[in-house]
Design a protein around this ligand. Structure first.
Ligand code: GCO
Length: 391
């Protein structure tokens, strides 16, 4: 039976804005509630995990997982520029404590797309002091990670954030077309990441890295396609993987593949199986992303920080995850240092511009009572975690 390495971190991932509810000081809350927005529905109470986090953490532990990746919200910790909310810092400390109490390794993300509304208003990642402000936020958040956190993800998917900030409509992200990244923003994100890592290095033993959306770009068998793949691949992915060199770890977030023709990225063919986000059902994405990260970073240890599918058919989620894990076992076999696998997502979540319809969760919840119900896939992944092997 193929085994995963000892101490492998089996978990599920979430992001604050997508599950907490009422994240009213964040930039996304503003956009969701703007008249004429293209975002299909507001996040509202989301899964109310801000109040129900203990129950969620206890449930993940009970299922058999040994880690939980969640994000802390800058907009709560610093709701106005320069204003520290000690109550919010305490809240996230209690989340870390709850993880320890139930035996889960907490993996904390400092910024998962959302920023305080004041930060966006004052120039967003294009502001000349963006990296200073992110470094200062990291300092404000230190009490959270000092309370026994080993893994910190500074910035979630800077490669997608650079596209979002490129002035493109957020809805584009959930369609296939990837907008061109804003390279000025990419530089600011890299500087912010590095400054944040510097602050975090004050905490003994802490490991920090950023998490990259890997896209498994594949050239169509046509003249000019390979050249286009290289061009798109470099600015949308490779640059970020290369710039992880020297970090303590690198996060890989993989979902699907993208076929590139000479004209650019193509929507998936009509005859392939698609998930609720319209992406091709493609389990090898995780292994492809992990290999790319390992090679391009110059062998920085890798953690799969997100991988999953949006589906109403939970048996497809199990099939997808099994396929992804088979690919990861091959990576391990080939000598890649793989630290863990965080499934996206623990709970059905607010999928940004697409609202609540694309269900990525291992755990469902009732829209009125918030009662949690683990799906069969949650139990399946828990069993895999407990045996540390694919049976
Ligand atoms: C992202 C995020 C998550 C998404 C997930 C599914 O990639 O956009 O990290 O917030 O919900 O990837 O699309």
């Amino acid at each position: 039976m193929p085994q995963f390495p000892e101490g492998f971190l089996w978990g599920a991932a979430t992001a604050a804005h997508q599950i907490e509810g009422n994240n009213v000081n964040s930039n996304w809350w503003v956009h969701e509630n703007e008249p004429g927005t293209t975002i299909v529905e507001p996040s509202g109470d989301a899964a109310d995990s801000y109040h129900r986090y203990r129950e969620d953490i206890a449930l993940l532990a009970e299922l058999g997982l040994n880690s939980y990746r969640f994000s802390i919200e800058w907009a709560r910790i610093e709701p106005e520029r320069g204003m520290l909310s000690r109550a919010s810092v305490d809240h996230y400390r209690r989340m870390v404590d709850a993880c320890h109490e139930f035996g889960l390794e907490p993996i904390v993300t400092l910024m998962h797309f959302t920023v305080p509304r004041w930060f966006e208003r004052e120039g967003f990642w294009r502001a000349s002091d963006a990296a200073d402000l992110f470094a200062r936020y990291t300092e404000l958040a230190l009490p959270v990670v000092e309370s026994g956190v080993r893994y910190v993800c500074t910035i979630n998917e800077p490669n997608i954030a650079a596209m979002l900030a490129g002035g493109e409509d957020a809805a584009n992200l959930v369609a296939y077309g990837l907008p061109r990244p804003d390279l000025g923003v990419a530089d600011a994100l890299l500087e912010s990441h590095r400054r944040s890592r510097e602050v975090l290095s004050q905490v003994p033993g802490i490991k920090s890295g950023w998490t990259i959306a890997t896209q498994a770009f594949e050239a169509a068998d046509e003249p000019g396609a390979e050249e286009k793949r290289r061009e798109i691949g470099y600015s949308a992915e490779d640059w970020y993987l290369e710039n992880a060199a020297g970090d303590d770890f690198i996060g890989v977030q993989a979902y699907t593949r993208n076929i590139v023709g000479p004209e650019g990225i193509r929507p998936p063919a009509d005859d392939v199986e698609k998930t609720l986000t319209g992406w091709e059902f493609f389990p090898p994405a995780a292994g492809i992303g992990v290999r790319a990260a390992w090679e391009l970073s110059g062998h920085v240890p890798v953690m799969v920080t997100e991988n999953g599918i949006a589906t109403q058919d939970d048996s497809r989620r199990i099939e997808y995850t099994r396929g992804a894990l088979e690919g990861l076992l091959e990576c391990i076999d080939d000598g890649v240092t793989l630290l863990g696998y965080q499934h996206w997502s623990a709970l059905d979540n607010y999928e940004w511009a697409s609202g609540f319809a694309p269900t990525f969760g291992l755990i469902a919840w009732d829209r009125e009572t918030f009662a949690r119900t683990p799906k069969p896939s949650a139990r399946w992944l828990g069993e895999v975690a407990k045996s540390n092997a694919l049976t």
